[in-house]
Design a protein around this ligand. Structure first.
Ligand code: ASP
Ligand code: MG
Length: 423
């Protein structure tokens, strides 16, 4: 029998009514002859509320206890969804991440899945029950403590289970009808993307698109699990994330799949760096030692008169203070002049596998941004992505300009946001 893994996000299980609605959807899938395994997120904004609560108790909650607290959110929804299914006359059994065999590293707040041993889930399914699994959590192989997979991690739970159970597909339900060519809150004329490749989706997730957790897409690509990203509030088809998007179906692949943006980064400039062997290595090792992930890096040629240069890079704004502290510690050793910090920036990225074989994409993007009167502060590219850093207030304008320049606007409003508080 075909097996489907379904994942419901927080807005899909936000209250009792929503939970009953989701239960009906799950039962409908079962009635259609599928084995069903469901992964749930915490209700509504409850993860944020739990975080706020912890912060009121102590400014720096220990990771172990914070994970214990946050995983309770998903336990609430899994039990309620199981009860709602039961009341419709179908058997459902809920399982914590640990019971479902999600084995992780010990890194609290950002644990990685090492292995999934879903014996109990398989057993429940074999006995005809619907298994409901708490997303976003696991148990550490070493410490045996409960861990979480990072914000939005339920997507990754779903795909990891789908891989371990050899599922036929994994459906990711949220409150929008799939992946759009831009965030519909910024670009109301954004279009739904019917199909997108794993590699494009990876670039989108890494560029700030929040619709799918980055590691979920990596996992899906590695195990070849087709993902269907769709809304639990409608019956419309969503976006399929698959290994390759062929040019069949009478449609030519668009050059550009979408425009993503990210408001969560900051920029640090290390001013007056001596132009000597090993200096960049020292700067970035000091950041690596503090476990800071650097994104874009720009280094200029040094000025002939001073033999010094500036190095700028972007990083998550949340790591900004740590990075400044780490760099100040090595300032005397490296001999740079000063540090500049700017968190009023944002990143706008244009993504499309078609740009590989299509010249002129870069100039068209830069022209559009210039015509909107927006200054580009940094640029970085991959084979299928061009990203620019602009000042924070210019993000919306840059996204809209890029979206229009690549003819992505739809003439009717396609994007409906059904629920959620956008928190
Ligand atoms: N509840 C967690 C969060 O809000 C995990 C998830 O929703 O995937 O980040
Ligand atoms: Mg959530």
């Amino acid at each position: 029998m075909a097996l489907i893994v379904q994942k419901y996000g927080g807005s899909s299980v936000a209250d009792a009514e929503a939970i009953k609605r989701v239960a009906q959807r799950i039962v409908a899938q079962k009635k259609a002859g599928y084995d069903v395994v469901v992964v749930v997120s915490a209700m509504g904004d409850s993860t944020d509320e739990l975080l706020d609560l912890a912060e009121q108790v102590t400014p720096l909650p220990p990771g172990r206890e914070l994970d214990m607290l946050l995983t309770s959110g998903e336990r609430i929804s899994m039990a309620l969804v199981a009860m709602a299914i039961g009341s419709l006359g179908y058997e459902a059994r809920s399982f914590t991440g640990s019971q479902a065999g999600v084995i992780t590293t010990a890194a609290h707040g950002n644990a990685k899945i090492i292995d999934v041993t879903p014996g109990r889930i398989q057993e429940a399914v074999d006995e005809g029950a619907i298994a409901i699994v708490a997303g976003f959590q696991g148990v550490s192989e070493d410490s045996k403590d409960i861990t979480t997979l990072g914000r939005g991690g339920s997507d990754t739970t779903a795909v990891a289970l789908a891989a371990a159970l050899n599922a036929d597909a994994c459906e990711i339900y949220s409150d929008v009808d799939g992946v759009f060519t831009a965030d519909p809150r910024i670009v109301p004329s954004a279009r739904r993307i019917p199909k997108v490749s794993y590699e494009e989706m990876l670039e989108m997730a890494a560029s700030g698109s929040k619709i799918l957790h980055l590691r979920c897409v990596e996992y899906a690509r590695r195990y070849g699990i087709p993902l269907h990203v769709r809304s639990s509030f409608s019956q419309k088809p969503g976006t399929w994330v698959v290994s390759e998007v062929e040019e069949s179906e009478g449609m030519e692949q668009p050059i550009i799949s979408g425009v993503a943006h990210d408001r969560s980064e900051a920029k640090i400039t290390v001013v007056g760096v001596p132009d000597q062997v090993g200096v960049a290595a020292k700067i970035f090792s000091s950041l690596a030692e503090s476990e800071i992930n650097v994104d874009m890096i720009v280094q200029n040629v040094s000025a002939a008169s001073t033999a010094r240069t500036d190095i700028s890079f972007t990083l998550p704004a949340a790591d900004g203070q740590n990075a400044l502290t780490a760099l100040k510690k090595v300032q005397d050793d490296i001999g740079f002049e000063s540090l500049r910090y700017d968190d009023q920036i944002g990143k706008v990225s244009l993504i499309g596998a078609g740009m590989r074989s299509y010249p002129g994409v870069t100039s068209r993007l830069f022209d559009a941004i210039a015509a909107a009167g927006i200054n580009i502060e940094m640029i970085s590219t991959s084979e299928i992505r061009i990203s620019v850093v602009v000042e924070q207030d210019a993000i919306d304008g840059a996204v809209a300009a890029a979206h229009t320049a690549f003819e992505l606007d739809s003439d009717q409003v396609e994007a409906v946001v059904y629920g959620g508080t956008g928190r």
